[in-house]
Design a binder for this molecule. Structure first.
Ligand SMILES: [Zn+2]
Ligand SMILES: [Zn+2]
Length: 173
């Protein structure tokens, strides 16, 4: 959604509250494409605080369908949105600073880009279906949460066992 900022920026002391949603059906990042289960709302507060500056704050949360890092099973996550930005007329008029505020298109604020940045920042670094998820068998690919697969993962050489421990420790996500 594109919000026109001209009115607020030309009225000192003016505050506006607006409820927006994340309009895309999917969120895309370098980790993949995730279905949006709950697209908001995010309550944005735009406030002219004088000297050609306005603050943009926003609160809400979104829900996505993602997958477990260990077993790849589906996991639904909630990502909090907590926006706190300041926009000055200078940034708007000086396109050289455009990279700083990718959500600005002239005097319009692209809420999709603004919320998208926030999703990226607050995306959890580790996603597990449950704390003790056993993952999948490295040999046969079975989901070990559903029971043992019976694969022979026994390593007879004790030196190899040490290496295996290190390997498993590194593999921990
Ligand atoms: Zn899992
Ligand atoms: Zn197996």
């Amino acid at each position: 959604m594109l919000l026109n900022l001209t009115d607020i920026l030309s009225n000192e002391g003016k505050t506006e509250e607006i409820s927006v949603v994340y309009e895309s059906g999917f969120f895309r990042s370098d980790q993949g494409q995730f279905k949006v289960l709950q697209n908001g709302p995010v309550i944005l507060t735009l406030s002219n605080r004088g000297k050609g500056e306005m603050s943009v704050t926003g609160k809400g949360s979104l829900q996505f369908r993602t997958r477990c890092d260990r077993c790849l099973g589906p996991v639904d996550i909630t990502v909090p949105i907590c926006i706190d930005e300041v926009i000055g007329t200078e940034q708007i008029e000086n396109p050289a600073d455009a990279d700083e505020c990718p959500y600005l298109k002239g005097y319009q604020l692209d809420t999709e880009v603004l919320i998208g940045n926030e999703i990226l920042i607050n995306w959890p670094g580790k996603i597990l279906c449950k704390e003790d998820c056993k993952g999948i068998c490295a040999k046969c690919g079975k989901d070990l949460n559903q029971g043992d697969c019976g694969c022979d993962t026994f390593i007879p050489d004790p030196r190899m066992a040490v290496i295996k421990d290190i390997f498993n420790a590194n593999k921990e996500v």
